[in-house]
Design a protein around this ligand. Sequence first.
Ligand SMILES: NC(=O)C1=CN([C@@H]2O[C@H](COP(=O)(O)OP(=O)(O)OC[C@H]3O[C@@H](n4cnc5c(N)ncnc54)[C@H](O)[C@@H]3O)[C@@H](O)[C@H]2O)C=CC1
Ligand SMILES: O=C(CO)COP(=O)(O)O
Length: 309
Amino acid sequence: MIGVLGAGAFGASLAIALGREREVILWGRNLTGRDLPRLPGAVLPARVTTTADLAEACRADTLLLALPMQQLAGFARDHAAHLTGHPLVACCKGVDLATGLGPVEVLAALHSHPAVLTGPSFAADIARGLPTALTLACADDRLGETLQHQLSTPALRLYRTTDVIGAELGGALKNVIAIAAGVVIGAGLGDSARAALMTRGYAEMLRFALAQGARGETLAGLSGFGDLVLTCTSDLSRNFRFGRALGAGVSPDPAQTVEGAATAQAVARIAAERGLDMPVAAMVAALAAGRIGLSQAIQTLLSRPLKQE
Ligand SMILES: NC(=O)C1=CN([C@@H]2O[C@H](COP(=O)(O)OP(=O)(O)OC[C@H]3O[C@@H](n4cnc5c(N)ncnc54)[C@H](O)[C@@H]3O)[C@@H](O)[C@H]2O)C=CC1
Ligand SMILES: O=C(CO)COP(=O)(O)O
């Protein structure tokens, strides 16, 4: 039995996808019956049971944590007694603002080798049974292989890596670049500018991740390049839409989970501390926090010194 903790859009979609193949229990703190308010119209398969009782959900063996990144540390701390010892798979994308840690490091006190599931995967697509491929990263490759088989379905193909840092940073950083891509489109700068921004943004992702010990090929894979392309080019992305609203000078929807906004603050701070050049992340952090306006943000990007690619 697989437990999915968090019944927002992504947790619900994973429960639907996995529940087509095997027994799943879906936990949400406000879950009532089988209603999925973050995934309107989606229906849970019969093999998915639902609960608002965390102890009941934690009778499952493997636990998938599909919570917003900035809630993960508090959740792990508050519910350590239920979570400790289970194989844990973090399904969130971001960097914890308070500590600068990724999801796997945040969960490290609860299991010796937490895993992370990341890559190009809109909840709406997953729930409809549309195909995609994801990265399952676990430092313990034997556990990673077990999880890979447990969590793969005919529509969800999981590729395995032991490069946890690379996988989680790819997922975290692509959201920051997606906000910037949204700004470019919202401000009417065009598709060519977006492609340039994505390319320079990818260079930033790689620079930051390599400095934290990631492998370059992980960033070039599903969890980095793959998710960057998806998120920077689709209206389904909340990070892209958030940036597009900023670029168009309208207020973003405050009800949406936009991981890249807090992650940009964390990444910009770490980059400044370590002397890493991350102009796109710094711009997104300043714009999202209201420290600079739109014209200054665009000017910052366009006035970078001329240098070798
Ligand atoms: N929606 C998507 O297409 C995808 C989302 N993700 C990632 O999944 C993570 C979750 O995102 P979504 O499910 O989309 O967000 P969401 O906003 O749809 O749902 C978040 C859920 O977490 C619950 N929650 C928030 N704080 C909590 C807490 N302290 N304790 C218990 N429950 C809490 C909320 O009640 C809500 O049900 C994010 O890190 C996101 O980047 C990853 C891939 C795709
Ligand atoms: O991570 C995602 C797709 O892989 C979802 O992106 P958003 O959080 O921007 O909607």
